[in-house]
Ligand binder design. Sequence first.
Ligand code: SF4
Length: 276
Amino acid sequence: MLIKKCSLSDVEELAQLNKQLIEDEKSDNTMNIEELKARMHGFLENDYAAYFFMEENKIIGYALVRHTSNPMYLRQFYIDRNFRRQGKGRAALKVLLKELKTDKIDIEVLSWNEAAIKFWESCGFIERSRYMRLEKSEKIMVSACLLGQKCKYNGGDNYSEKVIEYVKGHEVIPVCPELEGGLPVPRKPCEIVQGLVMDKDGACKDKQFRCGAEICLKKALDEKVSIAILQSRSPSCGVKQIYDGSFSGKLIEGRGIFASLLSDNGIKVLDAEDIE
Ligand code: SF4
């Protein structure tokens, strides 16, 4: 196998190969050929050099190397789809390292590209770091007790595996409006009685509930949350049903103080029990 250093006149061919590499490794890079050409041009004019791998005068792959790093950084490495599983990748790596006069080089592999990870490991590469990205599509506010915080009136929680699974990959803003309103754990159970929040012993806790709900609403607006997942039936967080105020366990349709406030301010609320 031969190796040939590319020049700026090879940018078109390199961009085509780069496009195939992006497709094969299922990258989320959406650049079109013209954009890839411009990017490749920039690479070659700066810290990068590209190389074609050739057999019988045919280009069968390429590599793009940042030669100013120490060790050098192999940013792109591609073997044409028709030449895979024939030892060409290994042979190409060998001629590349010889050309670069090094036996030390860094690469990055997309975590989901298992075939590539196996290939590089079989060539002797060892994982040294994990490249991670923060990429949240939305911020989700969640009743803290659903995440396992022991903020329930009786000192317990409402930990929900389904909710935890649902919010994975998103930024989670946990809140407990009752604690924000200054109520302790444990505390007497409360229900909404004729529009006012009362505890089981008849003490009015309306002020604390509404104050806590306002604090959490402010947080939701400041953080621009797109949705709130709230604990079912709570006098603060209940989304579809709440207890009827008789402390007899009877449910009625209605919302808790916090769920209502969020909803009135345009924030979508979701009952934790509706999470699939
Ligand atoms: S107020 Fe909401 S977050 Fe706090 S314990 Fe009750 S249901 Fe959970």
